[in-house]
Design a protein around this ligand. Structure first.
Ligand SMILES: Nc1ncnc2c1ncn2[C@@H]1O[C@H](COP(=O)(O)OP(=O)(O)OP(=O)(O)O)[C@@H](O)[C@H]1O
Ligand SMILES: [Mg+2]
Length: 263
């Protein structure tokens, strides 16, 4: 077994990397896969805190919840090990390795991207966020060229080619979509579809804005933990639609053999 390495990266902060990384981890665990996770954003530690909250909740409520084998990449660990050596320790033991990276350009994030079989870039539905992928002419909406992060992905792809590694499956997912069909949303669709062809990524279905994503953090729960008794993750129509959206994303990340339960 060689684990599939899935890296969540976007040099822009606050786009949903940690939230979607956690949901991917739990979706895979609930589908019977074994998962190791790495938080390369030790300063903020959102993914690590999310997992710690989950451990505390499971212990306090005495509910066995599926957990990944987690490492927070603290300066103490970084002093002793390289990221590659720690990945190599688990790569033949688990089905998936999920790596969450900081919302800024870092060497460590770059190292993770070179290892990625699948790179997931969540994007808020805003032209400000799109700016990390491409610069766009205001009047004509013509794409002038790729921006810094797109160029980083391009050099990562070149490096992988030199190392004779298979190409990265790059998925861009619009996150926190609003229900109202605004002009901004239509413009984003047009530009992202054009960009997907030009800089070669798959545009994922998209995840709507739902307050419940924020509320679940403190208990370490995800939208996919709704089956266990005494947990009270909502099972409303809106929550089921969220699970369907996550299911589409998981298919794009993992392939069609993954089942995300919706109701
Ligand atoms: N689909 C969603 N609906 C509502 N809120 C969301 C959604 N996705 C993420 N959020 C919220 O958006 C904020 C940013 O999410 P998150 O921390 O996952 O982003 P990030 O990209 O990891 O940020 P950073 O770059 O700072 O690490 C959080 O408050 C999170 O709860
Ligand atoms: Mg984060």
């Amino acid at each position: 077994m060689t684990a599939k390495i899935i890296v969540f990266a976007n040099e822009k902060g606050g786009t949903g990397k940690s939230t979607l990384a956690m949901h991917t981890i739990i979706a895979l665990l609930r589908a019977g896969k074994t998962v190791a996770s790495f938080d390369l954003d030790a300063n903020q530690g959102s993914l690590t805190h999310y997992i710690e909250n989950r451990q505390n909740f499971a212990r306090d409520k005495n509910i066995p919840l599926p957990m990944p084998e987690h490492t927070c990449w603290t300066p103490d660990i970084a002093k002793i090990y390289t990221l590659r050596s720690q990945i190599d320790k688990v790569i033949n033991r688990v089905d998936a390795i999920i790596i969450d990276t900081p919302g800024a350009h870092t060497d460590l994030g770059g190292q993770a991207m070179v290892m990625a079989d699948c790179l997931v870039t969540p994007l808020n539905d805003s032209l400000v966020d799109l700016d990390i992928l491409a610069t766009v002419e205001a009047d004509t909406l013509r794409i002038k060229g790729p921006s810094h992060f797109a160029q980083t992905v391009w050099s990562t792809r070149q490096q992988r080619m030199l190392e004779r590694k298979p190409p990265i499956n790059w998925i861009v997912v619009r996150n926190r979509l609003l229900y109202s069909k605004s002009k901004n949303s239509r413009t984003m669709s047009i530009l992202l579809n054009a960009l997907a062809r030009r800089i070669h990524f798959t545009l994922a279905g998209g995840i709507a804005e739902r307050v419940v994503f924020r509320e679940l953090f403190l208990k370490g729960l995800t939208m996919l933990d709704f089956r266990d008794n005494n947990i009270h993750v909502p099972s409303t129509v809106s929550a089921n639609t969220a699970r369907q959206e996550l299911g589409v994303l998981l298919h794009q990340i993992w392939g069609s053999d993954i089942l995300v339960e919706t109701k």
